[in-house]
Design a protein around this ligand. Sequence first.
Ligand code: BV8
Length: 249
Amino acid sequence: MSPEIIIPDSVIQKLKTARHVTVLTGAGISAESGVPTFREAQTGLWAKYDPQELATPQAFRRNPKLVWDWYSWRRELVRQAKPNPGHFALAKLANLVPKLTLITQNVDGLHQQAGSKNVICLHGNITETKCYTNSHFVESWPDGEDVPPKCPMCGSLLRPNVVWFGENLPGDALSTAVQASQTCDIFFSIGTSGLVHPAALLPMYAIENGALLVELNPQPTQLTHYAHELLTGAAGELLPLLVERAFDS
Ligand code: BV8
């Protein structure tokens, strides 16, 4: 059993009285679901590759099979993953506050599986596939022939529907995320190292607008210096406790 987790009363009171709660999640919230975070060493065949090198259009153009195989491996990991108590706590929280905006950098769809609605997916969804040239979405493709498979509509190579480094984020997702960061009373940054831009700027917009900035992470990050509170621990443990302390007691 983990030692008594301290949640400052300032956080509880702010959460109970907030009109608008904004949450940004990163790979850390899915760690307890068995989805490796972006920074931890990749395993097996992929150990020698740096994700930031593989998750780029250049890598895909240079070696489409390698990049496609990497995503196939990750898609399978995500398919086997289930939401954890951290995801479920956020889905429950949305029904306990007047307004909650959930923004995620994750591409695993676990927030949606846990019941969260209107999730703002800044970096896309690894379980969706589209073609490289025209973004034709494709549900299935013949096994084994071409790797990567080709688009049945235009013949260009299929790729995952994720935002690669060097690619722009979906405009509507980003503008909604910025607006929610600028208008919230409390902003939670959960399970993110705060290294990837422009997502990393969202907590800054929150503090600029006078929101209470609360970070949940087992360890300090780039953001910790700016946060009003750092709740040290795993999201799967902290979030259910936070919801219970604020609304169940
Ligand atoms: C763009 C999809 C216009 C693909 C991803 C400004 C400054 C510097 C650089 C830039 C900048 N502006 C743009 C850039 C370039 C680049 C960038 O940010 N580079 C950085 C990294 C140097 N950004 C872009 O290219 C973006 N596009 O801005 O377009 C442009 C373009 C070029 C130049 C200028 C402007 C596109 C970025 C999107 C990239 N795609 N994902 C895929 O998944 O394959 S990002 C990818 O990284 C994942 O989505 C993942 O979410 C994210 C990694 O970040 P985290 O989520 O934070 O995960 P990480 O592993 O780092 O940390 C996990 C944390 O969890 C840790 O802190 C750990 O302690 C914690 N944790 C662990 N266990 C738990 C836990 N926490 C809680 N509970 C636990 N149990």
